[in-house]
Ligand binder design. Sequence first.
Ligand SMILES: Nc1ncnc2c1ncn2[C@@H]1O[C@H](COP(=O)(O)OP(=O)(O)OP(=O)(O)O)[C@@H](O)[C@H]1O
Ligand SMILES: [Mg+2]
Length: 252
Amino acid sequence: MKIAISGKGGVGKTTIMALLAGELQKQGQKVLVIDADPSPHMAETLGIKDTEQIKPIAEMGALLAERAGKTAGSPFYNLNPEVNDLLRDFMLEQDGIRLMILGAVQTAEGGCACPENHVLRKMLKKMLLTADEVVLLDMEAGVEHLGRGTVAGADCLLIVTIPSRSGIRTALKIKKMADDVKIPRVCFIGNLVRDQDDKNFLEQELGERPLVFFPDSQAVRRAERTEQPIITLQEGIEEVPKQLIKQLLAKD
Ligand SMILES: Nc1ncnc2c1ncn2[C@@H]1O[C@H](COP(=O)(O)OP(=O)(O)OP(=O)(O)O)[C@@H](O)[C@H]1O
Ligand SMILES: [Mg+2]
């Protein structure tokens, strides 16, 4: 299954993806996390070190263009069927979780991130997974990746929102765009939820009940401040990652 996550800035996308990665790995799934945020910090959240060893996906395009006999600067990438073999150079594995990063090619003049997103989109579409493999795609905030169709190859999009009007507004916009690009399954997730009022507000404003609600957790806050990888968290988020996986697998 290929699962992408989206939502307004700072609503907890990376945190939730890391918790999901940890729980899936515990349950025996082979997890590949792709950090597609141009300001990546999934590695720290997962506690993965030596990330300078990973070749960013952005370089994959140049490599593939080279192989296809085109110039490295060409905006066109001819992905060939051997793409899966190539992936190995672009990932780092630690404690059973593999990580890939998109890599930022942004210039002061506002250079476009389109080429690497194009590679990512194609890669997602071409990646064939076995039943015990899960790809988790952590996206940058906002709607741009949907505009570019980067996540069109995902089987499922999780839209995270906190119980605030602005969070919900962005979530609904993302939902509409996800439906337009025909992502097969799109679900909301509530984060920083304190009480029943928060749950009711989310359900009412979203027009449907979020799949799960993550609590506002002191343990998560503490882990972030002390630079403890979120994935090693033993308490404070209750059974929510487990519930989420159950829900995702149930309707799949
Ligand atoms: N359930 C939670 N309880 C307490 N703190 C949380 C929770 N979820 C996330 N946070 C905190 O909120 C902050 C933002 O979280 P995170 O980086 O996961 O958000 P994001 O949506 O990935 O942000 P960005 O849009 O910048 O990528 C972090 O400091 C994180 O520790
Ligand atoms: Mg993030």
